[in-house]
Ligand binder design. Structure first.
Ligand code: GLU
Length: 435
């Protein structure tokens, strides 16, 4: 009797919620928000409004596994804010996804969209699962059922998902297809980051890494650093880290270290990033066994004597434990939330320039916006046009954040929060509170 077994032996959700051994990411967001709110002298009612997620959806996602048994997963979609437009944000599949993390990530999407001036609100989704232990069929069934459960939440004018950690163009194609089957017509603007053949945009896959490169170069210019005399370490070798590493190397930087879940890889003479990308492709997505480098630990990578550090893996990597040991002059946050607020203080007092996540990794959602525009017009741009517009937008956003930081004499992170929150609060003021 499978029913009885589920009731008595297992909780409803089979992946237990992890106990966090680090800061709560939503709290990390609020701590930065508070500093910016004080600078902006934000009305207390608006303060409450802007930190409160507009809607939180938690949905049980049953999946028939390849062995014929049913397994339950927890699916989450948080709509943080829709003041500037339909909500936008990725979906991640990971074993440690939880509600506080998704709430934080959704809020960061709100500020991120506002900072780069795309007309979207913020959202984020996640399913607590380990896709590495699942077959392609199981991942597809999980994706389709999660989408079907949230069919009234998603929509080209409502809420538009995109890839994030462990999700990709194929998974977006399944979301597109499931949504379209329900609405009885092909709705390609319901997701971004999908395959080009299905209405995806040229350059979307590379956009986040490209944006990281653009703002890093802008910061180097301001700091009087030359790319061809600078060394770089990149934590994380997924879609963001690998492309950021490749493009920074193309700009003349020497990429001396990268890491993935198999560990860190260091070569003082510079790594051949393209060869490593090819290696990962041929090696089941991992750098494990890569020979043209010395093996180092994750902690060693973060504290290497380099000019630029790109944390492009996950949250809470730079903490009060290791922040004082960081030697890089510039940190460009490819990941969302890689630095804790306590670490911010240490980095600031050591004069490290941190290009914050809500600016540094905003290239992805910027090209997501371009993709959505192209889908709705049914007219597709060349790669050159996408990249030119992306570069222009990232440069402009960097300058705006830099100017705000100077004006209020704060870090780039707080400058970015001030800009983003001010925009959303002003729009809220214009729209007014219905009721
Ligand atoms: N997941 C990406 C992010 O965190 C992209 C979101 C999107 O394109 O909607 O910015």
């Amino acid at each position: 009797m499978p029913f009885k077994r589920n009731l008595h032996e297992r909780s409803v959700y089979q992946e237990p919620a992890p106990i966090r051994d680090h800061d709560d990411p939503f709290q990390s967001m609020v701590e930065r928000f508070d500093i910016a709110a004080e600078i902006l002298e934000l009305d207390p009612g608006f303060y409450e409004y802007l930190i409160t997620p507009s809607r939180v959806h938690i949905t049980a996602v049953p999946v028939v596994q390849d062995n014929g048994r049913v397994k339950m997963y927890e699916g989450i979609r948080v709509i943080h804010n829709e003041v500037l437009g339909p909500s936008k944000g990725g979906i991640r599949f990971a074993p440690d996804v939880d509600i506080d993390e998704v709430k934080a990530l959704a809020a960061w999407m709100t500020w991120k969209c506002a900072v780069v001036g795309v007309p979207f609100g913020g959202a984020k989704g996640g399913v607590r699962c380990n896709p590495r232990e699942m077959s392609a069929g199981e991942v597809e069934r999980l994706t389709r059922r999660y989408t079907a459960n949230l069919i009234d939440v998603f929509g080209p004018d409502r809420d538009i998902p995109a890839p994030d950690m462990n999700t990709n163009a194929q998974i977006m194609a399944w979301i597109l297809d499931t949504y379209s089957m329900h609405s009885r017509r092909t709705e390609n603007a319901v997701v971004t980051g999908k395959p080009i053949l299905l209405g995806g945009s040229a350059g979307r896959k590379e956009a986040t890494g490209r944006g990281v490169m653009t703002v890093t170069l802008a910061a180097m210019e301001r700091e009087g650093m030359r790319p061809d005399q600078s060394t770089v370490a990149v934590q994380g070798f997924g879609n963001v880290g690998s492309i950021a590493a490749l493009l920074l190397a193309e700009q003349g930087c020497k990429v001396v270290a990268v890491s993935d879940i198999s560990g860190g890889y260091y070569n003082a003479d510079g790594l051949d990033v393209q060869a490593m990308i090819d290696y990962v492709e041929a090696n089941k997505g991992s750098l494990e066994g890569y020979q043209q480098a010395d093996k180092i630990s994750n902690d060693e990578l973060l504290t290497l004597d380099v000019d630029v550090l790109v944390p492009a893996a996950k949250e809470d990597q730079i903490t009060k434990q290791n922040a004082a040991d960081i030697q890089a002059r510039i940190i460009a946050e490819g990941a969302n939330g890689p630095t804790t607020p306590a670490a911010d203080d240490i980095l600031n007092s050591n004069g490290v320039v941190v290009i914050p996540d809500i600016l540094a990794n905003a290239g992805g959602v910027t090209v997501s916006y371009f993709e959505w525009v192209q889908d709705r017009q049914g007219y597709f741009w060349t790669l050159d046009r996408v990249n030119r517009r992306l570069d222009r937008s990232m440069r402009q956003a960097f300058d705006n954040v830099y100017d705000a930081a100077e004006q209020y004499d704060v870090s780039l992170r707080i400058g970015a929060y001030v800009l983003g929150i001010d925009k959303v609060a002003t729009a809220l003021q214009m729209r007014g509170i219905y009721g």
